[in-house]
Design a protein around this ligand. Structure first.
Ligand SMILES: *[C@@H]1O[C@H](CO)[C@@H](O)[C@H](O)[C@H]1NC(C)=O
Ligand SMILES: *[C@@H]1O[C@H](CO)[C@@H](O)[C@H](O)[C@H]1NC(C)=O
Ligand SMILES: *[C@@H]1O[C@H](CO)[C@@H](O)[C@H](O)[C@H]1NC(C)=O
Length: 515
C-alpha cells in the first residue's frame, strides 16, 4: 500500500513537472460558516433542505431553460477566490458549481433583497467589486446570445436599440448586450455581461485571463454570493479557458477533502486542477498504472440541459446486494430527461424514490439488527434512516458502491454515506447517532429532468475528473490533503528543486498570462 501511494505521488509530480504549463492548481474553500452552523441538527437540516430544493427545481422549473440550477447552499458549498480587473484588482469569492454554466458576481452598488442571514457580512471577499473600468459585451457577441438562451444576436441588438441599417451591416459593437434575468430555486438576479481580466493569485502557477466574460448583478433576490459555473457551455470558466488554452480547458478535476463537517478539516484547501496531462503524459500515466485508478464513465449528452455533466447509473450495491437503478438513470432520453448529474453545488446525493427506498430497505435490514432507529434525529435533520449507535458503528454498516455505465465501480468510504455525530439536544446529554446521508428525490424524478444528482458529500476523498475531450467523468480514491501538498510542492520544485518553497504566491517565472 505504501509502495502504491509513493508510486502514485511520484507519477503525479512527474506529470506536473513535464507539463507544468498545462496544469494549474487552485484552492477550493468550503464555505461553511462556524458562527452560523454550530448546531449539527441545524447544519444537516439546512444542507438537506438545500439539496432537495436544488434537485426539485430541476423538475418544476424546467420550462425555463435557465431556471434550473441552484448553486446557493447555506453552509455546504465550495468557493474559489478570484481577483477581478487591474486598477486596482478586487477580490471576489464565488461558488464553484459544475451544475451551471454562467460565471457571475454581485457588483457595486449591490442591493440584495431578502439576504439577511444568508452570508457572513464581515468577509472582505464579499465586498461587491466596482466594475466601472470593465468593458461591456456587445449585443453581437456569441456570449450575449448564449446568456439570452440562444436568442439571435440581431434580436438582441434590436433590443439594445442598434438601428436597423447597422444591424444589417452587422456592426453593433458599440451597443451593449441587454440585461438578462436568471433564476434559481430560491433566488434570482438581473445582470449584464462584462469583460475584464481575472486572475487567481492563489493558484500555482498563477492564472491570469485578460478578456474574461462574466455577469454582473446590481440587484438580486436572496443571492448574496456569485457563482463560477463549471458546467458545459460557452460561458463557463473551463470553456472560456479552453478558447485560450485548450490543454488547460479540456479537463479539470477536484479532490474534496474528507471533512464529515469537522471544523478543522473543512477549513483545509481542496485542490481544483485545471488541465491535465496531454495524451503523451497520459500514456506515461498508464505505464505506471495511475490511470487504472480512475473509474471512468461516459458523459451523456443532454439536449435540454446541455450544461449538465450527466452520467448513467446502473446500480447501487449495499453489502453484497446489488440494487438495479431504473432505466431512466442509465440514459438521457431525447427530451433531456434521466441520467445522474455529477454536481459540485449540491451537498447530498438525491435518488429517485423507488431506488432510494430499495437502498434504505436493504441498509436498514442490515443495520436495524444492531442499532435502534432514531426517528427523533430523522425529524430534526431531514436525513434518514438514523440510528443510536456506538463506537464500533462503522464496522457494522454495510459497504455502499455506485455502479456507473461502462463498468465503473465506485466504492464509497463509509463516512461518505454514514455520518456519526452527537445527537443529544439537551445540555450535557450525549447520544451518538448516525444517519445515512443519501436523500429521497421523490417521484418527481420519474416525471422529467435529471433522474438523480451525485452530491459533493459523496464525492469527498475522491479525485473527480471531468475529461471534456473524451467526454467522460472519472473517480479515483485519493488523500486530497496529500494531493494538495504534493501538487504544490511539485510546482515549486519545477523551477528550483532545492528551495522547497511552500508559500502560495508563485514566482514570476511560473506566472501564466493568457488571452
Ligand atoms: C451558536 O453560537 C452562538 C454564539 O457563538 C449562539 O448565540 C447561538 O445560540 C448558537 N446557535 C446554536 C444553534 O447553537
Ligand atoms: C466606482 O469607481 C468609479 C471610479 O473610480 C467611481 O466614480 C464610482 O463612484 C465607483 N462606484 C461605486 C459604486 O463605488
Ligand atoms: C476580447 O475578446 C473579444 C472576442 O471574444 C474581442 O473582440 C475583443 O477585442 C477582446 N478584447 C481585448 C481587450 O482583448
Amino acid at each position: 500500500m505504501a509502495f502504491l501511494i509513493s508510486l502514485l505521488f511520484f507519477s503525479i509530480s512527474i506529470a506536473y513537472l513535464s507539463v507544468s504549463s498545462s496544469q494549474i492548481v487552485l484552492p477550493l474553500s468550503h464555505s461553511m460558516s462556524k458562527t452560523k452552523f454550530n448546531n449539527t441538527h441545524h447544519l444537516l437540516k439546512s444542507s438537506s433542505v438545500q439539496s432537495a430544493t436544488r434537485f426539485r427545481n430541476h423538475h418544476h422549473r424546467h420550462l425555463h431553460r435557465r431556471q434550473i440550477s441552484l448553486p446557493l447552499s447555506a453552509g455546504s458549498d465550495y468557493t474559489l477566490t478570484f481577483s477581478l480587473g487591474s486598477n486596482p484588482p478586487q477580490t471576489i469569492s464565488l461558488y464553484m458549481d459544475t451544475g451551471s454554466d454562467l460565471v457571475w458576481s454581485p457588483c457595486a452598488p449591490f442591493e440584495c433583497i431578502l439576504c439577511e442571514g444568508k452570508y457572513d457580512t464581515s468577509s472582505a471577499s464579499l465586498v461587491p467589486p466596482n466594475i466601472s473600468s470593465s468593458a461591456f459585451v456587445p449585443c453581437k457577441s456569441p456570449f450575449c446570445s448564449a446568456v439570452h438562451s440562444s436568442l439571435p444576436s440581431s434580436d438582441l441588438c434590436a433590443i439594445s436599440h442598434c438601428p436597423l441599417e447597422t444591424i444589417e451591416i452587422s456592426d453593433c459593437s458599440s451597443f451593449a448586450c441587454p440585461p438578462f434575468y436568471y433564476a434559481y430555486a430560491d433566488g434570482s438576479f438581473i445582470a449584464r455581461l462584462y469583460r475584464d481580466s481575472i486572475s487567481i493569485p492563489m493558484s500555482s502557477p498563477s492564472l491570469h485571463l485578460k478578456n474574461f466574460t462574466f455577469g454582473c448583478a446590481h440587484t438580486s433576490l436572496a443571492e448574496p454570493i456569485g457563482v463560477a459555473g463549471f458546467g458545459r457551455g460557452v460561458l463557463s470558466l473551463p470553456a472560456q479557458l479552453a478558447n485560450l488554452s485548450p490543454q488547460l480547458g479540456n479537463s479539470f478535476s477536484y479532490c474534496l477533502i474528507s471533512h464529515s463537517f469537522d471544523d478543522q478539516r473543512i477549513r483545509r484547501p481542496s485542490p481544483l486542477i485545471l488541465g491535465r496531462y496531454s495524451l503523451d503524459d497520459e500514456k506515461k500515466q498508464q505505464s505506471v498504472e495511475e490511470e487504472g485508478e480512475f473509474q471512468y464513465t461516459q458523459m451523456l449528452d443532454n439536449p435540454k440541459y446541455p450544461y449538465f455533466y450527466c452520467v448513467g447509473l446502473e446500480a447501487i450495491s449495499v453489502g453484497r446486494v446489488r440494487i438495479a437503478a431504473p432505466e431512466m438513470l442509465k440514459m438521457v432520453n431525447s427530451k433531456g430527461d434521466g441520467g445522474m448529474v455529477v454536481d459540485s453545488g449540491t451537498t447530498f446525493t438525491m435518488l429517485p424514490a423507488k431506488l432510494y427506498e430499495a437502498v434504505v430497505a436493504e441498509f436498514d435490514r442490515r443495520v436495524d439488527r444492531v442499532y435502534k432507529r432514531s426517528r427523533e434525529t430523522e425529524d430534526q435533520t431531514g436525513l434518514g434512516p438514523c440510528y443510536y449507535i456506538d463506537k464500533a458503528a462503522f464496522g457494522k454498516v454495510p459497504k455502499v458502491a455506485f455502479h456507473f455505465v461502462g463498468n465503473a465501480r465506485v466504492v464509497l468510504p463509509t463516512r461518505n454515506y454514514f455520518f456519526r455525530f452527537n445527537g443529544g439536544d439537551g445540555v450535557g446529554k450525549k447520544t451518538n447517532v448516525g444517519c445515512l446521508m443519501l436523500m429521497n428525490g421523490g417521484d418527481d424524478a420519474e416525471s422529467g429532468g435529471p433522474g438523480a444528482t451525485l452530491g459533493n458529500y459523496q464525492q469527498q476523498g475522491f479525485e473527480v475528473i471531468y475529461d471534456l475531450e473524451k467526454g467522460r467523468v472519472g473517480f479515483a480514491r485519493k488523500q486530497c490533503a496529500t494531493l494538495w501538498d504534493s501538487l504544490n510542492r511539485g510546482g515549486s520544485t519545477s523551477s528550483s528543486p532545492s528551495t522547497g518553497r511552500t508559500g502560495t504566491s508563485p514566482s514570476d517565472d511560473r506566472h501564466m498570462g493568457l488571452g
